[in-house]
Design a protein around this ligand. Structure first.
Ligand SMILES: [Zn+2]
Length: 88
């Protein structure tokens, strides 16, 4: 199955939160864009709100945080070599 999603681009100022989280299921996150058809996980439309990665790390599920971290963020330097330290 080839499932291609369409997105609305969202312009984000530098320093502004650019990770859009679905507030209905809290399971989908996109950077600087929101799905035209609504959330691919739960189907909610217009439920996406921008957050910073730090905020998502505060209250997000492990799954959501993982998804958020895979988006390249200009405000957070990519860190790949520190998985040897248990954080939680
Ligand atoms: Zn959703």
């Amino acid at each position: 199955m080839t499932e291609s999603l369409s997105f609305w681009p969202v312009e984000c100022q530098e320093g502004e939160p650019d990770l859009f989280v679905c507030l209905t299921c809290l399971e989908e996150v996109f950077q600087a864009k929101v799905p035209v058809e609504g959330c691919p996980g739960c189907g909610a439309i217009g439920a996406f709100e921008p957050f910073k990665l730090e905020a998502i790390k505060d209250w997000g599920t492990d799954d959501l945080i993982r998804k958020a971290e895979q988006w390249p963020s200009s405000s957070v330097p990519a860190k790949v070599s520190s998985s040897d330290q248990p954080v939680e």
